[in-house]
Design a protein around this ligand. Structure first.
Ligand code: BGC
Length: 908
């Protein structure tokens, strides 16, 4: 609802970075909005003040009104009204005024979840004695079936509602995975719920509005459970399933019904639920799923089903202390891919190519099946030389789904597994048509934020591959890969890719959740881990660059989203981490407590010395911890001082120990210079020498790169900052390995784990570690937006308050690039083109932001903006001419919010 006579429109209202979330937990949510200018609003229309009003559904209780707050920079406010009541819907309005008094208004809502003390339900499980398995398992023990896995339990409970409720909320979770149904209808569209956390600390529950599903009279609540991360195979070095958290899946749910007469009814999980095993004979994230359609219990999820033979559920504990409301959006089926080819490779055997490597599963329609027909779907990222699936790199992940048909047509899509694949082999059908198979793409629902395009089709494809790498690996946690027996939340992978990830999608809620995982995984001594959620025995002690993600990630999230709570929630953990490194390395060279020290993982050639990598990260983490404390201010001021001093000391030690007077850094590798320069570790004179040496090393290599995971995301920003965008262009366009475009020669549709995952000479890299869908090396994505397209924020800016628009044109015809990004403040767009006529640049600056715009050229008189000479154009101020280290010149302008069209006529 917009006010009249507006200059600005608030939109994309979010509560804790989610749109209309149901069941939030925090009692001080962050209510944020973005701004768009009306079409006729003059340039420079900027917010001057805002007001947020929050009112509970039930007007018997007090709301909150900020009143008019004069704050031109605000993008949100942390709720500070009367204590929020549980399971209550709150409506909120934001009003934004311009300096001229024009008003824009928009509304949204959020709803609170249960108070921790309101859980009445118990954890329940299948009665394993009634399931056909050889040995009924005990808690912590599994019977052996296909992969040591057991059938997926069904649970149901009928209840009667005296009349139709006016409001029904269902709170659900599982130790394992659940799919919930009410009266035969599926509840929600989340997949793999409740998601992965370290279940020993935290189990997320989801809240559903089921008002439309509950009716007067008989109703049924029905759930299917699966092992998931709780009791299935997790990580590598496969253990017996159930080794990490628990032995078999368990379920908890509580339904709250409110009636018109003010009465209410609560139904929770207890011994009145009945259980059975159903058609899913096993389901596992790594191994796959087996569905025996002959065992389907028709109508089991409808009221009136005869469940007299079903035993009562086994009631486990009533420990609800670990239950917390989800803070992220669940995994959802977010896209579908059609088969681009179906090839028959033998009798009853076909290979399906979906044309894209992704994470998800196959939906298969089987027409006129014979009862008992066995159809097997195997998955792989690539094919071997004979045209069959190449599965060696999946290691022990069987990634195999099996369907045993009944006599009716079936549409089969596994429920509780996912695979990383482009190709599927379907066995057991004489004929398979492309229309019979669909690739269902699964990932955590992180709304798309950025778009990028440019004249070079190879770079366009590279960007696509980066985007697919992100989609495939943001599955409840940021994983390293979606296909093999690993799929872990490796900390370095996440931190190096984060800047790119934030441009690709709105990942604020996703990383809010993961930062809980990271902090849950922190040891009592302050040590972060290498993977989060922590998995016992998986490289527990955080390595340099890995553990540091606990500091780097919240800092970056704060800069992108402007929500100080990213820092407030993590500051203690950040300090504890820096203290931990400091305590064990009092001489400030980080060599003790380095965990498995992965150094610059998967780099090429000479390794970067481990102490150089580690000490650089030590300095950087201390510096960012100081900055975080400074932002929070108040009683954190002392900490800001202390960590700033520590950072200075570590930088001094780094310079003294590792840098020579000529700027050479020990190891003399690209990554050694990149860390030193990106983290500002060197005094100015040494920094410029180090930058020259870096450029020389890149040139000597081809130009080429030798960086691994830690260096790769820094090479473009650092070279560019030191005036060598020309070298970045050369690296980007290089097509022989190692390079970003080399995998395209081999048909890559995602980013590879290794620079040489497949080569003409040697074929596939060692299958022990060769994923074709790892996002870390895709961290060049940041520069495609910030450098190539030129859409960036200034170094000290937060939430895109101060933009820097500085495209880096490249040689070649046609030469253009464009990017758009839905920032926390509003939409930013940049589009440029260079041709024989000159240089054109279109820029959109959102309300409340300002931008420094660089137009290629050196003649201010030859530049127009829209209808005017640039110097006379409203809202445009000429600042001066800037010369890059390589000689290229740009004309620099300051602009306010609005749309601009610059054109610099070619003069030379
Ligand atoms: C993972 C990585 C991870 C690394 C640690 C690998 O197995 O796939 O991406 O960061 O181990 O070195």
């Amino acid at each position: 609802m917009n006010g009249t006579a507006t200059g600005l429109r608030p939109y994309a209202l979010r509560c804790d970075h989610r749109t209309t979330p149901l069941g939030i937990g925090g009692r001080t949510p962050f209510l944020s909005w973005r701004l768009a200018a009306d079409d006729d609003a003059p340039r420079g229309t900027a917010p001057a003040a805002y007001r947020v009003e929050v009112t509970p559904d039930d007007d018997a209780h007090a709301g909150w009104d900020t009143g008019r707050v004069e704050d031109p920079e605000a993008i949100g406010v942390v709720y500070a009204g009367p204590a929020l009541r549980p399971h209550t819907r709150y409506h909120w309005h934001v009003t934004v005024w311009t300096a001229d008094g024009a008003e824009g208004r928009e509304r949204s809502w959020f709803e609170t979840g249960l108070d921790a003390g309101e859980w009445r339900a118990s954890w329940i499980a299948n009665d394993w004695t009634a399931v056909e398995v050889v040995d009924p398992p005990e808690e912590g023990e599994r019977a052996l079936d296909a992969h040591g896995l057991l059938p997926c339990p069904l649970l149901r409970r009928e209840f009667s509602a005296s009349t139709t409720p006016v409001r029904a909320r269902l709170y659900v979770s599982a130790r394992g995975l659940y799919e919930m149904r009410v009266n035969g209808r599926r509840v929600g569209d989340g997949e793999l719920t409740p998601g992965w956390t370290d279940y020993r600390h935290r189990v997320q529950y989801q809240t559903y509005d089921v008002t439309a599903l509950v009716r007067a009279g008989g109703n049924v609540l029905a759930a299917t459970l699966a092992d998931g991360w709780w009791s299935g195979y997790v990580g590598f070095e496969p253990r017996r399933p159930g080794a990490h958290y628990g032995g078999f899946p368990q379920f908890i749910a509580q339904l709250h019904l409110d009636y018109a007469d003010g009465s209410s009814q609560v139904i929770g999980t207890d011994e009145r639920w009945r259980t059975s095993d159903g058609p899913i004979r096993y389901a596992d994230l790594l191994m796959g799923e087996c569905h025996d359609a002959r065992r389907a219990a028709g109508g089991w999820d409808e009221p009136g089903f005869d469940d007299r033979d079903w035993p009562a559920a086994r009631v486990g504990d009533t420990d609800t202390a670990t239950l917390v409301p989800s803070v992220d959006e669940p995994v959802r089926a977010l896209a579908e891919l059609s088969a681009v080819a179906v090839t028959r490779i033998g009798p009853e055997r076909h290979i399906v190519d979906f044309g894209q490597n992704f994470a998800g599963r196959v939906r298969l329609t089987v027409r006129a099946p014979r009862r008992g027909q066995r159809i097997v779907i195997r998955h792989a990222e690539t094919l071997d030389d004979d045209g069959g699936l190449y599965t060696a790199n999946l290691r022990t992940a069987a990634a195999t789904d099996t369907l045993i048909t009944d006599a009716d047509t079936v549409v089969f899509e596994p429920r509780f597994t996912y695979h990383g694949f482009r190709y599927a082999e379907v066995t057991g059908l004489a004929e398979l048509h492309p229309g019979d198979v669909t690739g269902v793409v699964l990932h955590s629902d992180t709304p798309r934020a950025g778009t990028f395009d440019c004249a070079d089709p190879a770079i366009r494809r590279l960007h696509e591959n980066i985007t697919w790498g992100q989609r495939s690996n943001f599955v409840s946690v940021p994983t390293d890969c979606p296909q093999r027996d690993e799929r872990l939340g490796w900390l370095a992978d996440a931190q190096v890719f984060l800047p790119t990830a934030c441009l690709g999608a709105d990942v604020a809620a996703f990383f809010t959740k993961w930062m809980h995982d990271v902090r849950d995984a922190q040891g009592p001594d302050g040590g972060f881990s290498n993977v989060a959620p922590r998995l016992a025995g998986v490289a527990d002690e955080g390595a340099p660059g890995w553990g540091d993600a606990g500091v780097l990630v919240p800092w970056h999230l704060y800069r992108v989203y402007g929500d100080e709570r990213f820092l407030a929630d993590s500051l203690d953990a950040m300090c504890a981490w820096v203290d931990f490194v400091h305590r064990h390395n009092p001489d400030l060279v980080w060599r003790h407590k380095v965990g498995p020290h992965f150094a610059d993982w998967l780099s090429i050639g000479r390794p970067t010395p481990r102490e150089v990598v580690a000490t650089a990260y030590f300095a950087h983490s201390a510096e960012l911890t100081a900055r975080a404390a400074r932002v929070l201010g108040g009683d954190q001021a002392d900490r800001a001082e202390r960590y700033a001093a520590l950072a200075r000391d570590v930088r001094a030690v780094f310079t003294a120990r590792f840098a020579g007077p000529d700027g050479r850094i020990e190891g003399d590798t690209q990554t050694a210079y990149l860390l030193a320069l990106a983290f500002d570790l060197l005094p100015d004179d040494l920094a410029s020498r180090a930058a020259r040496r870096l450029a020389a090393l890149v040139e000597e290599a081809g130009p080429g790169l030798t960086t691994g995971f830690l260096g790769v995301g820094l090479i473009a920003p650092v070279l560019d900052r030191w005036g060598r965008a020309d070298l970045v262009h050369a690296l980007l366009r290089r097509t022989h390995r190692p390079s970003w475009l080399y995998p395209l020669r081999h048909g890559a549709t995602t980013i590879w784990e290794r620079w040489d995952g497949y080569t003409e000479e040697h074929g596939f890299q060692a299958p022990a570690m060769n994923s074709f869908n790892h996002y870390a090396l895709g961290s060049i994505g940041e520069w495609l937006y910030q450098g190539l397209a030129g859409l960036d924020q200034a170094p000290g800016s937060v939430a895109y308050r101060e933009l820097v628009v500085r495209p880096r044109p490249f040689d070649g015809e046609p030469c253009w690039a464009e990017a758009a990004y839905d920032s926390a403040r509003g939409r930013i767009a940049v589009r440029w083109r260079q041709d024989d006529d000159g240089f054109r640049l279109d820029v959109t600056v959102p309300p409340g932001a300002t931008a420094t715009v660089h137009v290629a050229g050196d003649d201010h008189a030859a530049v127009r903006e829209g209808e005017h000479p640039a110097g006379e154009s409203p809202g445009v101020e000429f600042v001066g001419i800037e010369t890059a280290a390589t000689g290229g010149k740009t004309l620099v302008y300051r602009v306010e919010s609005g749309d601009y069209r610059f054109f610099a006529r070619r003069t030379g």
